[in-house]
Design a protein around this ligand. Structure first.
Ligand code: UN1
Length: 496
């Protein structure tokens, strides 16, 4: 029997109370069992929340720079284990190793960045209108946070949430995706080893459908941060708001790249391949639509289809692999079903779109990177998030039409434009209704020192990561303090 990845509750690694487990298998080869994971039920969630609640007061009162020192230490430990964790991610969810290593690096960056915040959690002092009175605003932690994360960035997205939550003085119950439980457990193990007091960070493994809602809506949870599908996020946002919890959700995307007639086409093709097929298209930031100026459309399409068909499909641990599997049989069926939908809608499949079973790919969930052309904006394949190696190419006669197409979905996470014209770029930067805009770069590549998140149905509540408007706003509340040392009753607005 393989070792079981356990929950961490109140500083102790333990199996779930029901004694049940589930297996994690490698999506590149399902005969390989990556590990066995303990399967929590609501009792375990309750225990974890209780532990986090119990640890809150002491953690809240510990100086932020001291909290940050633990994150610095964890950053060092994670750096030492980067290779091991990158490989584990690849085996657990299929992304190619360089991407797995990048994912770990993003968590390291976030650890150091948020550790720095420990010495910067500043507020404001403002003069009072009354004598002998001072006013200030300070950031205080929100309380006990439920952090629910997806499988496509098994280490980075948890780090986006856990690190700011901890440095701000919150305690945490972390529920990672069941597909990437082992990667999540390693990250928690590192934070634990770095010296977090018991109960400050708790980990519960299990399925979202079974324990996610129970955790998020638990009466002792003050704050919920979720990354996942729009369907789940919307429901969660409504339910949490109703219960008075602070909530933020990072959800789906239908991100687009605009390729103008003056674009450097080689660069645009590279960007489209990376944005469309990196992580097998399983990113909320994936470029699933490319809107191309009519004058360069045919040439671009030719180059793009050629580049996509040259991508080497396979196990992400092998050196030459460009594109790994999708996460599961369910996801594979979903993507293949969208291929049928695209054909039925009258779009033209110009590359890929079939299950790939060659050589040692027979036991994995591989799909040839698919490109549809002759896609029109109202088609389902131009509107719905597919989350797989699937790109819809559309035509536009000018910039205005292109921006209209890009903005014409319910999502608003990322958009990008390839152009050499500074004026066109400026208009796109202004008018694209997305949380992130890239110029002459793909839809992927956010950095931790800036906020991350989308508009419309892509994001709800505060953004993630660093910078103004980022995660520090999510994991703190502003408290305003008026201190009167006049020794008499003073009345604002009335004493004149
Ligand atoms: C996601 O797509 O799910 O910019 C997150 C990027 C990464 C994070 C992406 N830094 O693509």
């Amino acid at each position: 029997m393989a070792e079981i990845a356990k929950n961490l509750i109140n500083g102790a690694w333990e199996e779930a109370s029901g004694g049940k487990t589930f297996e994690n298998r490698n999506p590149a080869d399902i005969s390989e069992m990556v590990g066995v994971v303990t399967k929590s039920d609501k009792t375990d969630v309750d225990k974890a929340v209780k532990a986090a609640r119990g640890a809150f007061n002491e953690w809240r009162l510990s100086p932020a720079p001291k909290r940050a020192e633990i994150l610095f230490k964890a950053g060092e430990l994670l750096t030492k284990r980067k290779q091991e964790l990158g490989e584990l991610e690849t085996r657990e969810m299929g992304k190619i190793l360089p991407e797995g290593l990048g994912d770990v690096q993003e968590a390291i960056d976030m650890l150091y960045y948020m550790a720095g915040e420990g010495r910067r959690l500043s507020g404001e002092t403002i003069p009072s209108e009354l004598p002998n009175k001072d006013c200030k605003s300070v950031r205080v932690p929100v309380g006990v946070c439920a952090l629910i994360t997806p499988w496509n960035f098994p280490i980075a997205i948890p780090a986006w949430k856990i690190m700011p939550a901890l440095v701000c003085g919150n305690t945490v119950v972390f529920k990672p995706s069941n597909y990437t439980s082992l990667s999540a457990a390693r990250l928690v193990e590192i934070l634990h080893e770095a010296g977090l007091p018991r109960g400050v960070l708790n980990l519960v493994h299990g399925r979202g459908e079974e324990i996610g809602e129970h955790l998020a809506l638990h009466p002792d949870i003050d704050c919920v941060s979720f990354t996942g599908s729009t369907a789940v996020g919307q429901k969660l946002a409504a339910a949490c708001t109703e219960k008075g919890k602070k909530v933020s959700c990072e959800m789906g995307g239908k991100n687009a790249i605009i390729v103008m007639d003056d674009a450097n086409l080689e660069l645009a093709v590279e960007g489209a391949v990376w944005g469309g097929f990196g992580t097998s298209g399983q990113r909320c930031t994936a470029a699933s639509r490319i809107v191309v100026h009519s004058d360069v459309h045919d040439k671009f399409l030719d180059m793009f289809a050629g580049a996509a068909s040259r991508l080497k499909i396979g196990n992400g641990l092998l050196k030459n692999t460009d594109i790994g599997p999708v996460i599961s049989s369910v996801q594979m069926e979903k993507v293949l079903n969208y291929i049928d939908i695209g054909k039925k809608e009258g779009a033209r499949l110009v590359a890929g779109g079939k299950a790939y079973k060659e050589g040692n790919c027979a036991r994995g969930y591989f799909i040839e990177p698919a490109i549809f052309s002759e896609v029109t904006p109202a088609m389902r394949i131009a509107q719905e998030e597919i989350f797989g190696p699937f790109v819809s190419v559309m035509k536009a006669k000018d910039l205005e039409e292109a921006i209209g197409i890009v903005n014409g979905t319910k999502y608003g996470l990322v958009a990008s434009i390839y152009t050499q014209d500074v004026n066109k770029s400026a208009i796109a930067e202004r008018d694209l209704d997305t949380g992130l805009v890239y110029v002459n770069a793909s839809t992927i590549g956010s950095e931790v020192q800036l906020p991350f998140g989308g508009t419309k149905r892509s994001g709800f509540g505060h953004k993630e990561a660093g910078g103004r408007g980022g995660a520090i706003d999510m994991f703190t509340r502003w408290k305003v303090i008026y201190r009167d040392y006049s020794g008499r009753l003073q009345k604002a607005q009335i004493d004149r």
